[in-house]
Design a binder for this molecule. Sequence first.
Ligand code: AMP
Length: 296
Amino acid sequence: LEQFEDIGDLRNWVSGSKRSGKTVVFVPTMGALHEGHSACVRTGRAVMDSALVVSIYVNPTQFAPGEDLDRYPRSPDRDLALCRQWGVDAVFTPRQRDIYPENRPGPVWVAVENLTDPMCGAGRPGHFRGVATVVTKLFNIVSPDVAVFGQKDAQQALVIREVVKQLFLPVELRLAPINREPDGLARSSRNRYLNEEQRRVAVSLYSSLRHALDFVRSGERDPEKVTAAVAAELAAGDGVAVEYVELRNAGDLSALETVEGKAILAVAATVGTTRLIDNVVFRVDKNESVEETLLF
Ligand code: AMP
């Protein structure tokens, strides 16, 4: 396992890998690695003859003031051990001062409009600007052929897809399915904030989505009825505060009049003080069958 802190050193290694015919695959992360990240690595590993780079960087600009930047979990030694175990080829841990230099007239931002208005964008102002900006910087440093994101952060994946498309970034995006705990809770670095009782309650994000999918399968086509059912189920949990429940078009997150085509049902809720998100993406086809699917 190679380790790079320096942008130039990482770039030399990437160039060498490309010269020897490898496809460079990139999985950006904020560390505190878990099986969810491993799902992204596995999706990346499906690319033949690849050199796989994982970046570990807690990006300050995607945290709003008052969010958990200062206490975001960090486990650098364990992260390296996991990367070794997962067969990652290189780990990139860039320096703060290289990603956001201070000796410049002012910062450069990548902002995606409209797509970032609803859902997590509404509750976390500036979040997706921070994400789009750091991912663009990382893409320009790593210059991967393929980059992998998790469907867990569905709106993020759509935002990155738009950045790649509209800024003509020469990278192919792949999506990893949501990796879950045995009881269904989506794996997340933030799950380690949960105490035992909160951990038990947290599974309601997943179970309420499953029940909603059954509701749609039974013929319900009114988006508001579906989201209201999810919100009610979540609100019944002790210490659960619903931030949003949204059922939208899975391509552009536009509002739906009726449940049809490819749709995403997404939730955000705070359990205790921990903000959790989850989603299901499904397609209602012409014969009204409802199939779960990947976002793209
Ligand atoms: P993070 O370190 O939380 O920024 O996540 C890094 C990448 O891993 C993102 O593309 C996430 O969507 C993905 N990821 C995080 N958790 C999961 C999960 N449970 N299943 C699949 N992908 C995940």
